[in-house]
Design a protein around this ligand. Structure first.
Ligand code: FNR
Length: 350
């Protein structure tokens, strides 16, 4: 397929669906239960209307902005999403290449199919990355990963994901668990010897065979994180700023803002509808924050993700107070449609 003939994210998804395995498709596409949150994440933007003003000079447009002090050329970043190599051998490195081309930020998933070192290997000066953490029950593993990030200057912050203490019930993914070849579904960073060797406590038992991809990846993730214990622990193990991902209420946005300056940003997200179905889309949480605790916007940056497919979606989120927006599936499907060039096409089409 000629990538130039693809005009929007839905078409990218269509092309990718034909190119990638059924199992990979099911993993990327899937979301919790009835997909209510996943669908609403996108349709909510169709319900918000713009109010275009006239007599505004539009000859010069500047899309550049900054995320927690780091300059970028787009307010769109690539969200942490696992297993990009299921879509294309370019994988997360390919996403990094496309981000470099467009001056966009990339948040690397802990469950990436390539190691963080491989992903940032060809990073240019000024290219901005974050690294996403799921705290493990074998805490020494998480500590080792954080130590490793200290050696990668391209990584500017730690993004702690909090909306999925347990994985959602993703039926597409579950149904495809016995279909097709077994995929290499172990996160590259976890396979790496420098992580697995450090753990002296009892090893987490291996996941049962034939789980869906999502369930297998979540195996070993801690479900006992708290405001009281987790952030102080994190402060001991990293000097990087913290971004909390998966805030879904104004109450938690407010509590997060009390942890500035350690916490520099929050990401309003329901995990692309993949965790708790019927959790609110980020737009609803943005509106709640505006109503009940607008001071949050002064204390920390507020980023959003979920369902972003159009440039107008981005504009609406920014108008409502978001600093920037993340895209998850679109980047993965971009890879599936055409490797790194496909991801570039996604950034171009938004
Ligand atoms: C994700 N997401 C995710 N989030 C995270 O913090 N760590 C992860 O490893 C993953 N993995 C992952 C895999 C796949 C296949 C998808 C689709 C999503 C969630 C992701 O960061 C983001 O919140 C959503 O993808 C945003 O919604 P859209 O853009 O996919 O609609």
């Amino acid at each position: 397929v000629d990538l130039d003939s693809i005009l929007n994210i839905d078409e990218i998804e269509e092309v990718a669906t034909k190119n990638i395995s059924n199992k990979a498709w099911a993993y990327y596409y899937s979301a919790g239960d009835d997909l209510a949150s996943k669908k609403l994440n996108n349709t909510v933007y169709r319900q918000i209307l713009l109010r275009p003003r006239i007599f505004v000079d539009c000859t010069k447009c500047d899309t550049s902005t900054s995320f927690i002090g780091h300059k970028v050329k787009l307010p769109i970043y690539v969200s942490p999403a696992a297993m990009a190599r299921l879509a294309h051998p370019d994988g997360e490195w390919g996403i990094a290449q496309a981000c470099e081309q467009y001056g966009a930020m990339q948040v690397i998933s802990q469950n990436a199919s390539m190691t963080p070192e491989q992903i940032v290997a060809d990073a240019k000066d000024g290219q901005v990355f974050g690294w996403q953490l799921y705290i493990q029950t074998e805490i020494a593993k998480s500590e080792a990963m954080l130590a490793r990030m200290k050696k990668l200057p391209a990584i500017k912050f730690i993004c702690l994901t909090l909306d999925a203490p347990v994985p959602g019930k993703r039926e597409h993914d579950e149904r495809s668990k016995n279909v097709g070849a077994n995929l290499p579904i172990k996160a590259a960073v976890q396979e790496d010897a420098s992580v697995s060797k450090t753990s002296s406590d009892a090893k987490t038992p291996s996941p049962p065979k034939n789980m869906g991809v999502g369930q297998s990846l979540f195996w070993g993730t801690a479900a006992d994180l708290t405001w009281k214990t987790t952030l102080p622990w994190l402060a001991q193990h990293t000097d990087l700023p913290i971004v909390l991902k998966g805030i879904q209420t104004h109450e938690d946005a407010y509590l997060a803002s009390l942890h500035a300056p350690q916490v520099k940003a929050i990401i309003l997200s329901n995990h692309g509808g993949r965790a708790l179905d019927t959790a609110p889309p980020a737009v609803h949480t943005l509106l709640e924050i505006r109503k009940y605790c607008p001071e949050v916007f002064d204390r920390i940056e507020v980023w959003v993700d979920g369902g972003i497919k159009r440039g107008t979606d981005v504009v609406k989120a920014l108008c409502l107070g978001a600093r920037g927006v993340g895209v998850g599936r679109a980047a993965l499907f971009g890879l599936g449609a055409g490797g790194k060039e496909g991801v570039a096409r996604v950034l171009e089409s938004e």
